[in-house]
Design a protein around this ligand. Structure first.
Ligand code: DGP
Length: 110
């Protein structure tokens, strides 16, 4: 999608601090970190958010969820991390390309 900043990161036309990439997803540091470690994990396929998922996306979502722990551990979060995904205006979503936030370093119980 041409006007999606996360698609531009996937395409390589917008710079990002990429820490993991495979055929289906990519992880990079959040530009405005809310914790000592703040990483975003996104599918390469443009999907707006959880509400836009289709049945065909099930393998992709399974793939991404299984990658989160290794990505978090690669950033020093071996003792755990917080995962957030915001959906729609009611969820405070700002970028409409599905992403899982990985946060860690000084997380307080919710
Ligand atoms: P959300 O509110 O869940 O849609 O979070 C969007 C996140 O994306 C927010 O934490 C800031 C981050 N972000 C916005 N623009 C950029 C960008 O151009 N590069 C990077 N790396 N992160 C961005």
């Amino acid at each position: 999608m041409t006007d999606c900043i996360f698609c531009k990161i996937v395409e390589g036309t917008l710079a990002a601090d990429i820490i993991y990439e495979d055929d289906f997803c990519i992880a990079f540091k959040d530009l405005y970190p809310k914790a000592p470690v703040h990483v975003l994990v996104i599918p390469k396929k443009h999907i707006e958010n959880l509400a836009a998922l289709r049945a065909e996306d099930q393998p992709l979502m399974g793939h991404m969820l299984l990658k989160l722990t290794g990505i978090a551990e690669s950033q020093g979060l071996e003792d755990g991390f917080r995962t957030i995904t915001n959906t729609g205006p009611g969820g405070g979503q700002e970028v409409y390309h599905l992403h899982f936030h990985i946060l860690g370093g000084n997380i307080k119980p919710a």
